[in-house]
Design a protein around this ligand. Structure first.
Ligand SMILES: NC(=O)c1ccc[n+]([C@@H]2O[C@H](COP(=O)([O-])OP(=O)(O)OC[C@H]3O[C@@H](n4cnc5c(N)ncnc54)[C@H](O)[C@@H]3O)[C@@H](O)[C@H]2O)c1
Length: 323
């Protein structure tokens, strides 16, 4: 399938993943609509789509009227808008439920009426603490926080509604992602991006000791490419796919790489705070053989290259992201 002439909706399209995807879709010839509530604390930022020919609806996925209007006439919906903070999901579980499950059902019902194709933005958090690494898509779901539980429930809502009502669904279980157009105002989520800001400002970067847990990161362009394949290839329909880099790095080493890329900043080790320790998932490494086999996707941007590109982007556009 080519994107030329396709009509697409991206929920959360002013945020990090959504805006990078919107830019790629427009470049590929799609007609793109974006639905985003521009909520405080989240990554919505009008600058993310500056100069991009996309129609923006400012509205909430929990508002059935605006969702209906946004979905009307589209061929493919990328449902990316969500409550994204693991920590906030534990202090305010009802908001997480409202956005990530009830809001998801509102989007699904509009997709059902339209008969559009759906790609859902899932998360590695659906697995929780791993029984084995690398984690494949058959690993049991055992989330360590409310966010992971609701994202898992929402993915199941998507597959169920698609099966019962006959529309195509794909889920990407997205890994930690970094790169241009992420929010850089706080470290509540997207910690790697936040650490890049701290390093660029030559501030200390605190790591919970001993920081030996394995992590797996993707550069945003690779995630965007996975979305494009998930929304266009027949082999993707009815499937959930892990994203990952194919290799892991210890958290302390990651921080040292960030400091190296920025040329400033400093790692400082501190004990684990209680609210973080209880939701910590331990080592994480994704098995990405399924998406490679089904869709031919493999990440192309390595950590050193990705960090250099990210630092260069924020050096050039700091004033749009720092406050
Ligand atoms: N970034 C990552 O590392 C990562 C990892 C795993 C999964 N994900 C998933 O990817 C998705 C997007 O993450 P992101 O990093 O781009 O976050 P982001 O905050 O940059 O983007 C989310 C966008 O959704 C919008 N939004 C939030 N709630 C909304 C609502 N109720 N109605 C309408 N718009 C709303 C926000 O304004 C924001 O622009 C989420 O579903 C998240 O669970 C992200």
């Amino acid at each position: 399938m080519t994107w030329t002439g396709k009509r697409v909706l991206v929920t959360g399209g002013l945020g990090f993943l959504g805006s990078n995807l919107t830019r790629a879709l427009v470049a590929e010839g799609a007609t793109v609509r974006v639905l985003d509530a521009l909520l405080d604390l989240y990554g919505g930022n009008r600058f993310n789509l500056e100069g991009v020919d996309a129609q923006v609806f400012v509205g909430d996925i929990r508002d059935a009227d605006v969702v209906s209007r946004a979905v009307e006439g589209v061929d493919v919906v990328f449902h990316i808008a969500a409550q994204t903070s693991h920590v906030d999901s534990m202090s305010d579980p009802y908001t997480d439920l409202d956005m990530n499950c009830r809001g998801n059902l509102i989007v699904l019902d509009a997709v059902r009426r339209q008969g559009a194709r759906l790609v859902y933005a899932g998360t590695r958090g659906q697995y929780g603490r791993l029984a084995y690494v690398p984690v494949d898509e058959k690993h049991p779901s055992n989330p360590t926080d409310i966010y992971g539980i609701h994202k898992q429930a929402a993915e199941q809502q998507c597959f169920l509604w698609g099966r019962v009502h006959g529309f195509p669904v794909t889920s990407l279980r997205i890994n930690n992602t970094y790169g241009p157009r992420h929010q850089m105002k706080h470290g509540k989520y997207g910690i790697l991006n936040w650490f890049i800001r701290l390093a660029m400002e030559n501030r200390p970067i605190t790591v919970y000791e001993p920081g030996q847990q394995l992590r797996d990161y993707n550069y945003i362009d690779d995630v965007t490419e996975a979305f494009l394949l998930a929304g266009s290839r027949n082999e993707a329909v009815g499937e959930a796919f892990n994203l990952g880099s194919g290799s892991s790095i210890r958290f302390v080493d990651l921080v040292d790489e960030i400091v190296k890329a920025a040329g400033t900043g400093k790692r400082v080790m501190i004990p684990w705070p209680k609210d973080r320790e209880v939701i910590e998932v331990g080592d994480y490494l994704a098995d990405i053989s399924k998406i490679e086999q089904f869709l031919g996707w493999r990440p192309r941007v390595g950590l050193e290259d990705g960090l250099a590109r990210t630092v260069a982007f924020y050096q050039a556009h700091q004033e749009e992201y720092w406050s």
